[in-house]
Design a protein around this ligand. Sequence first.
Ligand SMILES: Nc1ncnc2c1ncn2[C@@H]1O[C@H](COP(=O)(O)OP(=O)(O)OP(=O)(O)O)[C@@H](O)[C@H]1O
Length: 381
Amino acid sequence: MESVKHIELVSSLVPVRASEDYSGHSLALEEIVHRFGDMVALQDIHLNIQPGEFVSLLGPSGCGKTTLLRIISGFLKPTSGRILIDGQSVGALSPKQRGVGIVFQNYALFPHMTVWDNVAYGLRANRVPRGRVANKVGEMLELVQLSHLAKRYPSELSGGQQQRVAIARALAVEPKLMLLDEPFSALDKNLRLDMQIEIRRLLKEQDITAILVTHDQEEAMSMSDRIAVMSQGTIHQFDPPSQIYDKPATLFVSTFVGTCNLLPGKLVERDTSDCLVEVPGGGKLRVANQERVQSHNDVLLAVRPENLRIQTQPGTHCLPTIVEMCLPLGAVMTYEVQIAPNTKVKVTQPRLPGTRPLQQGQQIYLELVSPQACALFPAMS
Ligand SMILES: Nc1ncnc2c1ncn2[C@@H]1O[C@H](COP(=O)(O)OP(=O)(O)OP(=O)(O)O)[C@@H](O)[C@H]1O
């Protein structure tokens, strides 16, 4: 696998566009299907990525993220479907001709070359005149703030510095698209956050369209303009992070992104704007209408812990519950409460200084912070 990645890396470093402009390029994927033998790895993938947009492919292991990235780069030919860069089909083009830059998880720097030579590699391979190579490498090292380390070898750099070299090397060849394959997973948490901010800034400054593969939802949420949430070879939702979090399109998205309580319920009443859902224990919640569920049917109610409000007195639409456990988690208190035998939910509240936590066994009432703060899905058969 490493050697495959190495070959892909070397090829991806070769293209250099004639023009000096960095204006973003669009990418469209149309009806992409990919099979490995009988196994369907990707089915009917459609994506329209805008020039200069930062998009993440987010999903669990094996959902098809890397396969899709390799199809975009040109290292894997899809079983069927079309790939368009700036409206032009690139299916027949080699990875070189597509002009994609790739940054890998392990950076894949050439260990026997200095920082300067690593960044110059793709330019030299493309026979760019010496003077222009020097200018470009200088410019790139300045951009990633590593000019002072130009003579060092990769083994003499920290993980974050190595990663900046990798991005400078990928940017030096002026790629049309930047593909980032889990580039932060080898970094510790603090450095990872710094690098996420820095790389997003660098790509935005250059107006480069970027696609990040990650299974880390926080990373996807913090870096992306839009996220494509994938499961089992399909895209469940392609939206901005806030929309993914607040308005999950499928049950999978609601549980994969963030923490979510799932409660069985029955849709007992409906008017033009809201519906009333009865849950175990007999409590009812008023929830904004959602087309995908039918009146009088069993539903699943997906509600995030922070979208439930604790009351000490019963209200019109609330769930009577008993506190079972209290977990102080820094800025928030998380309570696990029982609404009926075998049915528990988590609820979080800001932890205010000086306030006493609720006691185990205490009766409380939960209501939704707003009727929109909950997603309804048809109950699974
Ligand atoms: N060369 C191959 N031959 C056969 N099956 C493959 C091959 N490459 C990937 N697969 C299968 O295709 C599916 C998608 O794999 P892919 O590597 O794209 O997933 P992923 O989402 O990138 O996973 P991870 O996060 O673990 O890297 C998986 O079931 C995987 O086992």
